[in-house]
Design a protein around this ligand. Sequence first.
Ligand code: BGC
Length: 249
Amino acid sequence: MKILGIDIGGSALKGAPVDSATGRLLAERFRIETPQVVTPATMAKHVAEIARHFNWKGPIGIGFPGVIHGSHILTSANLHRKFIGCDGGKLFAKATRCPVTLTNDAAAAALAEMQFGAGRGFQGKALLLTLGTGIGSSLCYHGMVVPCEFGHLPLHGKSAERYVSSSARKRRGLSWAKWGRELNDYLATLEQILWPELIIIGGGVSSKSRKFFPYLKTRAKLVPAKFLNEAGIVGAALSIGRHDVKVRR
Ligand code: BGC
């Protein structure tokens, strides 16, 4: 099945058609930079522009950097506050006139990595972290992916992502060694409570793993994401149909 996967990030949106049977991108990805924090209405226009670029008429899977319940956005730590409470699925479906499935961006990345990437065939407990503008997280077990929010674990009175995300390293002007050691402490805390057997590091920084992996002394096996920064696009496409079950109240 061909699905348009779109990854909404803190500073850019990226999209490409994906073959859901293989996890391969079927065209070069299309990227729109968002230098300012944009409102839901503007974001919807950008999403529609991506769909138009590919002349898309079919299903669209979208990864969003926040807590998603059903098609609703519950948190927006690094994007506009107006997203909070918004029915993102409806908003983007209206803008593109296509059926849309909305998923947390790190859960999307985990789907891609567990099905076709660094976690392929692994049935034990895996923790996937995406280090970018924020820190995305998911736990994976026996083929299930559970979106988590470990980036908001308190550290020095704030969310850990304020100190150990990839953008925090740049903002704080830290060397790879200094940042690597702080990231190692954060991973040690996560290991203490989660005991993963495998840790997959994704996000933009995953292509630079050689620079900071030497400082990470995890008990679990540690690997960079295979899809690097493209896991979000592929996984968003794979998320189609997974949220169709309505919960009765
Ligand atoms: C959000 C998560 C998201 C992560 C990576 C965090 O600030 O709360 O939902 O997965 O950033 O984008």
